[in-house]
Design a protein around this ligand. Structure first.
Ligand code: NDP
Length: 329
C-alpha cells in the first residue's frame, strides 16, 4: 500500500487544532483485522468536536478524524469478512482515539465492522452515526410500546443529522411527527420528510420550563439536551418516553422529578458508541430493510474530502442541514 492520502488533525503549541491533507505511511494506521478501502465518510457533530480545542472528544493527536467509515474490504484476517465485502464501521474509538474515515484506507477491529445488506456504501455513509442514532431512538420508542395511535411525537434539532433522519423514519413508520427547528430554511424539507407540523425551538422563546407543563407529546426524540430536554420531560403525556442522545443545546438538565413520578415519564438514554456489535449489525440490517429511510437523498449533501476543514467548522454553529456525506475515494 505504501502511502495513503489522509486528512490529519494536529494540535499546535497554542492548543489550536490544525487540519492538513497529507500523505501518510501505512504504518501510521493502527492495527486492525479488517482493512477497508474507504469510499465515503460523513460529518457528524462529534467530528467537529474532535477538531475543536477542548472539544472533549479526541483523546490524542495526530488524529485522522471521521467517526464513520463506509467502503470495501481490501484485506481481512477475520474469517467474518472477505475481500470485496461492502461494509460500514463506526463506534467505540473510531475517529476519536483511533484513526477514522477521512483517509483512503482504514484499519479497524472486526467487531466494529458491519457487512451491508440492502444499502450501498454511499447510503450507509449518508445514514452514518447520526442516522444510526436516529434509528436507535426510534427503535427504543417502539420498544417502550409507543405506537402511532398514541399521539404526536416531537423531534427536536430536526434540521440536523439525528433530527432529520428521525423525522423521516418516524413519518415512514406512520407516526404523527412534530418537527422542532430553529432553522427557518428547513421547514420545507421537514414537511417533505413527512412532518405533520413544523414548530420553532422549544421551549418557545420567553416561556419558562415548569415542573409540569401542558401534556402534549406521546414521545420525543431529542438530540439537543439542556433546557430543551427539560421542557420535553415536562410536556410529555402520561407514560410518555423521550429518547435522548445529544447535547447540541447543552449538557445540563434543569428538570425536576415531577414528570417522572407524577406522569410516569421515561427518559431513555441512547448511546451508539459502546453498543454491542450484535445489536449494531441487527439494526443496520433493519436500516437496509423495514427501517430504510425514505428520503435519504433529500437530507444528504455530498462534499469532497478536500472541502472538509470548512464543513467541520460550520456544523457546530448549527448551520448545516441534514446529513453531510464525505466522498473520500
Ligand atoms: P447536527 O449539528 O447535525 O444537528 C444538531 C441540531 O441541533 C442542529 O441542526 C440544530 O437544529 C439544533 N441545535 C444546534 N444548536 C442548538 C442550540 N444551541 N439550541 C438548540 N438547538 C440547537 O448534529 P448531529 O445530528 O450530528 O448530532 C446532534 C447531537 O447528537 C450532538 O450533540 C451529538 O453529539 C449527539 N449524538 C449522540 C450520539 C449518541 O450515540 N448518543 C450519536 C450521534 C450524535 P435546528 O436548527 O433544527 O433546531
Amino acid at each position: 500500500m505504501g502511502e495513503v492520502n489522509a486528512l490529519v488533525a494536529q494540535q499546535g503549541d497554542s492548543g489550536d487544532i490544525e487540519l492538513a491533507h497529507q500523505r501518510v505511511d501505512e504504518s501510521f494506521l493502527p492495527d486492525g483485522a479488517v482493512e477497508i478501502d474507504v469510499a465515503y465518510s460523513s460529518v457528524n457533530y462529534k467530528d467537529a468536536l474532535a477538531v475543536t480545542p477542548k472539544g472533549g472528544v479526541a483523546r490524542d493527536y495526530p488524529l485522522i478524524p471521521g467517526i464513520d467509515i463506509a467502503g470495501t474490504v481490501r484485506a481481512s484476517t477475520s474469517a467474518d469478512f472477505s475481500v470485496g465485502d461492502a461494509v460500514v464501521a463506526h463506534g467505540r474509538d473510531i475517529g476519536t482515539a483511533r484513526h477514522g474515515g477521512y483517509a483512503e484506507v482504514a484499519r479497524v477491529p472486526a467487531d466494529l465492522v458491519v457487512r451491508l445488506d440492502g444499502l450501498t456504501t454511499a447510503e450507509a455513509a449518508a445514514i452514518g452515526t447520526a442516522g444510526y442514532t436516529a434509528a436507535m431512538s426510534v427503535e427504543r420508542l417502539i420498544s417502550y410500546g409507543i405506537t402511532p395511535d398514541d399521539g404526536p411525537v416531537l423531534v427536536t434539532g430536526a434540521s440536523g443529522g439525528v433530527g432529520s433522519v428521525s423525522v423521516d423514519l418516524l413519518a415512514g413508520a406512520g407516526y404523527e411527527v412534530v418537527a422542532s427547528t430553529g432553522t427557518d430554511s428547513a421547514h420545507e424539507l421537514l414537511r417533505a420528510l413527512g412532518a405533520a407540523q413544523v414548530i420553532g425551538r422549544v421551549p418557545p422563546e420567553g416561556e419558562k420550563v415548569r415542573a409540569l407543563g401542558k401534556a402534549q407529546w406521546a414521545a420525543a426524540v431529542d438530540c439537543v439536551g439542556g433546557t430543551t430536554l427539560a421542557y420535553i420531560a415536562s410536556t410529555l403525556r402520561y407514560e410518555g418516553v423521550v429518547a435522548a442522545s445529544g447535547l447540541a443545546g447543552g449538557a445540563d438538565l434543569p428538570t425536576t422529578v415531577h414528570p417522572f413520578i407524577l406522569r410516569g415519564v421515561t427518559l431513555a438514554g441512547i448511546d451508539s458508541v459502546q453498543q454491542t456489535i450484535d445489536r449494531r449489525r441487527a439494526l443496520w440490517a433493519r436500516l437496509g430493510d423495514d427501517l430504510k429511510p425514505r428520503h435519504l437523498d433529500a437530507v444528504t449533501t455530498e462534499v469532497d474530502v478536500a472541502a472538509l476543514p470548512g464543513t467541520l467548522r460550520t456544523i457546530l454553529s448549527g448551520a448545516v442541514t441534514g446529513r453531510t456525506r464525505v466522498r473520500v475515494a
